[in-house]
Design a protein around this ligand. Structure first.
Ligand code: GLY
Length: 364
């Protein structure tokens, strides 16, 4: 088991540890007994993960003598709502959960964001642990303490910053991921190569076949480096005053593309195109070289992610979504661009005509 410490400013949050391993749920149970005593434990999961891993994990914790219950809600982004949060809190009250209890978020991004949100507000906060089961959650959403639910007006509009007590990353969970789910995580991993470490980007270029084959040893290395990069950013700017925004590289356009597809396009695929567009804008703005942009597009394509806007996603729909985002921000929409591979910066805004040009070049 590999351990990574997340050092946080203690006026805001407690420092904690990310533990990474393969098929180590028994050990996770022991660490929970030893390091996280509580009067009651509640595993919160969704209807997919419950059958795959939830019931088994529940038994493992019960075998250790822990008082554990499992709560599940329907899988999918549609459940990331205040209604589900309220339904969960009613169940927690029925179970007698109080501030000496501990929640265990077992699942992907929806489970982690929603459970973290409930943990942050239930009885003015109860401790929780993240047990991410998707690649995206393992390298991104479980780290950094962002919690949220969606509103009809948009995603993640209600939320808190609330750190977990620990994050356990078990690579065994990845074995049942669909290709789209796997690619959602791969897109975030490429992002880390672009915003932090050129050496990491080169490793990804070299290891494309192993990444596509989901080679376990390589994945362990790649997940560890991704977690180190993410936690490094969060340590500098936990509550996103500025610097943490670099983690949104590719996401401004990515979210617009995802929304323009009516959410039929997987998040990772949309982010992949968003990263290519951001690289294109960086070239046009006189920063990145065309050769670097081509390397980015090549890596993304070789990993099995799309490099062109699919038919049916119109440029005008993407631009409309960007305009909506701009309205939300109240001014120019900040864009994360690249000076070089590994050197991001936050640009104040990008001209509509430049966006049109880049999106036009990305049509299939
Ligand atoms: N996924 C972006 C962030 O955690 O800040």
């Amino acid at each position: 088991m590999m351990r990574i410490k997340v050092h946080l400013d203690k006026r805001l949050s407690e420092s904690h540890e990310i533990c990474i391993g393969y098929d180590f749920q028994d050990r996770i149970g022991l660490l929970i007994v030893k390091d996280h005593p509580a009067n009651r434990y509640v595993i919160v999961t969704d209807s997919n993960v419950s059958g795959l891993y939830g019931k088994n994990f529940l038994e493992k914790l019960r075998d250790l003598g822990l008082p554990v219950e499992l709560l599940e809600f329907s899988a999918g982004e549609g459940s990331k709502t205040m209604d589900t949060a309220l339904a969960l809190t009613s169940r927690l009250l029925e179970l007698g959960v109080d501030r000496h209890s501990l929640l265990l978020a077992l699942g992907g991004g929806v489970v982690g964001d929603l459970t973290g949100f409930v943990a942050s507000i239930y009885m003015r906060s109860v401790p929780f642990i993240q047990l991410p089961t998707t690649l995206m959650a393992q390298v991104d959403s479980s780290i950094g303490g962002k919690t949220a639910v969606n509103l009809p007006q948009g995603k993640n509009l209600l939320g808190t910053f609330y750190q977990p007590k620990r994050i356990f990353i078990d690579l065994k969970f990845l074995e049942t991921l669909s290709d789209d789910e796997y690619l959602n995580g791969v897109a975030e991993i490429v992002k880390y190569g672009l915003i932090d470490e050129p050496g990491f980007f080169e490793l990804l270029e070299k290891e494309v076949p192993a990444i596509r084959a989901r080679n376990r040893e390589l994945l362990e290395k790649v997940i560890e480096r991704s977690c180190r990069i993410k936690k490094g950013v969060v340590e500098i700017d936990e509550q996103e005053s500025g610097f943490r925004r670099i983690l949104n590289f590719g996401h401004t356009l990515g979210h617009a593309i995802e929304a323009a597809s009516n959410f039929t396009l997987a998040h990772g695929k949309a982010v992949a195109m968003g990263m290519i567009a951001a690289a294109g804008i960086s070239v046009e703005s006189g920063f990145l070289t065309p050769a670097e942009r081509d390397r980015i597009e090549k890596l993304i394509g070789n990993l099995g992610l799309p490099v062109r806007l699919p038919e049916g996603i119109s440029q005008s729909a993407v631009l409309e979504r960007i305009a909506l985002d701009k309205k939300k921000e109240g001014s120019d929409l900040p864009f994360v661009l690249l000076k070089k591979i590994g050197i991001p910066f936050i640009s104040k805004g990008v001209d509509k005509s430049l966006l049109e040009k880049i999106l036009g070049e990305m049509k299939s």
